[in-house]
Design a protein around this ligand. Structure first.
Ligand SMILES: Cc1ncc(COP(=O)(O)O)c(C=O)c1O
Length: 427
């Protein structure tokens, strides 16, 4: 029988023969063996450096989507490399035991949010799912058995599990899976701006929690009106409902503050974060205030992987950088530059661009025609971006993006918009 040391030696001496693997091969294999749930863009990445990704032919692409808001330090960052090297020997321990990093990270997150405790999971969807469970359990613990319903906003996206999907208003995500959990109302903030009566009626003694993306992401980069948020907060307090803010996409530095709610006048009872939290290694969390933290008791909720040593150690490195390296100042400043340049572009082609909006480096450009093919045109030109809601071009670049890279994007974008408008017969 081979000993553990022999196996170790064998694995370290194994040669890696880097056979060239083509995009066509990846496509053929995936077409046959991978569930066909994604409409992938026909490009395959093999390495990255800073804000640039490279495909297998060596072509470079400037990354303005960062893996949908995940790779906020770009690719191959030296501090990430160092942590990966140092932590490579202990990847997972489970939540049966302690490791040095979960508690330290929880302290950082709780203090940064001005809240009390943290539960770690793996994804944004799981953080929303956990938050919804906590809200129900908290109501029951406090004797409000009937307070089980949820209120979310029209146009929202909170994830794909049954609970998270139930509070996701966008019909296209929900339809194939109905019936979902009952007792969810979708509130349209635009209908509430005159007298807020609709909001006050929807949030009542049956409401366990209200869940809101501080800035709607999949819905088209739409910040939620502050006066509306204030009324929601007041009404939640009045009827003992919890306020959950979903900052999976807009949190952790994206808006130029550590949390997007810092741009508003409200504070949540539960805050959901994920995407960049583990710098590319899956990690999600919900952060809970003093009031709500007794909602979950030992045995009520758990996960095998959530909050593992590698993800937490990477995240600690990230939180340190967010708070110590003037990264937030940079995001705010470069974000202002990005939107200023986009607005100048809008003034040059107002016949196609109807709006430029966002905060920090969460930026949307609304067109008056379908923008999906602009993503393909930009790919050909060597830029990665995304289109949501058919007409909103979405940009979530890494926090290290440079002004020169933004200028390069914009001159190409303007040409791509005009070309596409022409091909759709709009110009
Ligand atoms: C606001 C929001 N909530 C939840 C999710 C789901 O996160 P994940 O895809 O990590 O499960 C997303 C994903 O885009 C999101 O934008």
């Amino acid at each position: 029988m081979e000993t553990a040391t022999q196996l170790e030696d064998a694995s370290t001496s194994m040669e890696t023969t880097a056979a060239p693997f083509t995009l066509a091969q990846a496509q053929a294999l995936e077409a046959q063996y991978v569930m066909q749930t994604y409409a992938r863009t026909p490009v395959m990445f093999v390495r990255g450096k800073g804000s640039t990704l490279y495909d297998e032919t060596g072509k470079a692409y400037l990354d303005f989507i960062s893996g949908i808001g995940v790779n906020v330090l770009g690719h191959d960052h030296p501090r990430v490399r160092r942590v990966l090297k140092e932590q490579g020997g202990l990847l997972h321990t489970s939540n049966l035991y302690y490791h040095p990093y979960q508690g330290q990270l929880a302290e950082r997150l709780a203090k940064a949010a001005g809240m009390a405790r943290v539960f770690f999971c793996n994804t944004g969807t799981e953080s929303v799912e956990g938050a919804l469970k906590l809200a129900r359990a908290w109501q029951r613990r406090h004797g409000r058995e009937g307070q089980t319903e949820f209120v979310s906003l029209t146009n929202s996206f909170h994830g794909r599990t049954m609970g998270a999907l139930s509070v996701t208003a966008q019909e296209k995500y929900r339809k194939p899976f109905e019936p979902l959990i009952p007792g969810v109302r979708y509130l349209n903030p635009d209908n509430c701006l005159d007298d807020f009566a609709e909001a006050r009626a929807a949030i009542n003694e049956r409401t366990a929690a209200v869940i809101i993306e501080t800035i709607q992401g999949e819905g088209g980069i739409l910040p939620i009106n502050d006066a509306f948020l204030k009324v929601v907060r007041e009404q939640c307090d009045k009827v003992n409902a919890l306020l959950i803010l979903d900052e999976v996409q807009c949190g952790l530095g994206r808006t130029g503050h550590v949390f997007a709610f810092e741009n508003t006048s409200v504070k949540p009872d539960i805050l959901c974060v994920a995407k960049p939290l583990g710098l590319g290694v899956p990690l999600g969390a919900f952060i809970v205030n003093e009031k709500a933290m007794d909602g979950l008791q030992p045995g009520d909720h758990g996960t095998t992987f959530g909050g593992g040593p590698l993800a937490c150690r990477l995240s600690l490195e990230f939180m340190e950088m967010l708070q110590e390296e003037q990264l937030m100042q940079r995001v705010a400043e470069v974000g202002v530059y990005f939107r200023k340049k986009l607005r100048q572009m809008q003034r040059r082609i107002p016949q196609f661009v109807t709006d430029v909006r966002g905060l920090g480096l969460m930026v949307g450009v609304e067109l008056n025609f379908s923008g999906k093919n602009i993503v393909n045109r930009m790919l050909e030109r060597g830029f990665l971006m995304n289109c949501t809601h058919d007409v909103v071009l979405r940009f979530l670049p890494p926090y290290i993006i440079r002004k020169a890279e933004i200028s390069e994007l914009i001159s190409n974008l303007e040409e791509a918009i005009v070309e596409e408008a022409k091909s759709q017969g709009k110009a």
